[in-house]
Design a protein around this ligand. Sequence first.
Ligand SMILES: C[S@@+](CC[C@H](N)C(=O)[O-])C[C@H]1O[C@@H](n2cnc3c(N)ncnc32)[C@H](O)[C@@H]1O
Length: 281
Amino acid sequence: MRSSLSFLFAAFVCISAQAQVKAPVDAGPYVPSPTSVVADMLTLANVGPKDFVIDLGSGDGRIVLTAAKVFGARGFGVDINEKLVKEANESAKLQGIADRASFTIQDLFKADISKATVVTMYLLPNTVNMLKDKLLNELRPGTRILSHDYPLAGWRADDFRQFDLEDKVVITGVTTTLIYKYVVPAKAEGMWNARLPPNLSKEPVRLSMKQFQVTRVSGSARLDGKDVALEDAKLRGEQLTFKLAVGGKTYDFTGTVKGASIEGSVESGGTKSAWSAAQAK
Ligand SMILES: C[S@@+](CC[C@H](N)C(=O)[O-])C[C@H]1O[C@@H](n2cnc3c(N)ncnc32)[C@H](O)[C@@H]1O
């Protein structure tokens, strides 16, 4: 009697512990992207043999399979639907690309995405937005994010496509199809001590930059006691470009933002010189 009571108690504790393990958030039902949209997403991402593509919620695996078979990339997909994951791995074997495309049963919110150079998703709009912090914190600058139909709210897309596709009517009820592309930016926000060519300044120059809408940048350089605005400033991954108009001349800056330093070149009137900056402490 005593031992059967202990057994019942242990079973109860075990069941309540399991109930507390949260089921994955349902990020969307299985609706495959039409094959032409898959090709358009991978083309817009400029996927090639050096790329590692991760599809979050991979369904039958078509995005990663196409990335491997047609674009020569490698990658993996994760999905919570066991049957779809099995089907995707079987397709990879059948197509002879199982060494470059694989699929795992996993909650996409918990997937390690740090290896990606390209992340793709076709998920519900609220889910796409729940992923914003994960994407920014785990992906390296320069990684391309492609989202079918739903944007990352508050982020300015680096590129997008909008077109009509009859195949979408059965999925969304309308022909409108959107593909958003974002390039994960380096962190350029803050104060930088810049060394510019001597004709611009012999002293270190204070450069101040702000990032807005995640992928955009604005700022100014303090030259001869005046703040000169960075014109046409752009940050695409690690690549920073801006112009400075000083003394009737325009100086075109390009630079690579790597952690706490920037190295690059500045061109004006056919003359090119080096410039650099270090993040101010
Ligand atoms: C709209 S389908 C997209 C399939 C594929 N990416 C495509 O574009 O063809 C969304 C997929 O996300 C999967 N999914 C939903 N919630 C998920 C979660 N929390 N973790 C992993 N996969 C999930 C679904 O099972 C479904 O296969």
